[in-house]
Design a protein. Structure first.
Length: 202
């Protein structure tokens, strides 16, 4: 922030949030205001809910939730679930909702896992662990089966995505997850991925 001329105190972050020309700057400012739980920033965060960028809107809504304003933030996050993958920020919204106790974004994550675009699948793999507390429940009639989804992702056509899925699986204290990593260590078609899986097991 300081490199772009904004202070890292709440006043400086609010200025970056409302006046920053780059989406990344505004989104980071919103995130930091929520992280700091800067109560004085609530009005600025509410104003940012109308930002032209979905990413900024989601970060502002999550920051407001961290300040205790669930009434103002949850409806915004749920609306963002309808956004387009990659172009908008529905997976960020799904993750934010999951962190706030709402698993309604899970079907959007599953949709992204089936996308033809690797970038969408990659983001979905990163978001999946946020839904681990909801294992066995349903969202919009769909069973929440995070470990099964990660195991499936460990067979993705893209080696980089297989690594991401294996990393997530290796972090879990679960027999199925560990078995999937072991299977990749000997059976993945790419030597680099096999070696990566072996390192995860050590």
């Amino acid at each position: 922030m300081e490199a772009r001329g904004y202070g890292t105190d709440p006043a400086g972050l609010q200025k970056a949030l409302l006046e920053g020309k780059e989406v990344a700057v505004r989104a980071e400012a919103a995130f930091l205001l929520g992280y700091l739980k800067a109560g004085s920033s609530a009005a600025s965060l509410r104003q940012a809910l109308s930002d032209e960028s979905a990413r900024v809107r989601v970060e502002a809504a999550l920051a407001l939730a961290r300040l205790g304003d669930l009434e103002g933030s949850l409806p915004v996050l749920k609306r963002e679930l309808d956004g387009q993958l990659f172009a908008d920020a529905p997976l960020r919204a799904a993750r934010a909702l999951a962190l706030l106790g709402d698993a309604s974004g899970y079907p959007k994550v599953v949709e992204a896992l089936g996308s033809e675009f690797p970038s969408n699948r990659m983001e979905a793999i990163a978001v999946l662990p946020s839904f681990l507390p909801y294992a066995g429940r349903t969202a919009a009639g769909r069973s929440i089966d995070v470990i099964d989804r990660l195991i499936a992702a460990a067979g993705d056509a893209e080696p980089l995505l297989r690594r991401d899925a294996l990393t997530a699986l290796a972090a879990l204290d679960d027999q199925r997850a560990r078995a999937a990593v072991k299977a990749a260590a000997t059976g993945d078609p790419e030597p680099d991925v096999r070696e990566f899986a072996r390192q995860l097991l050590t």
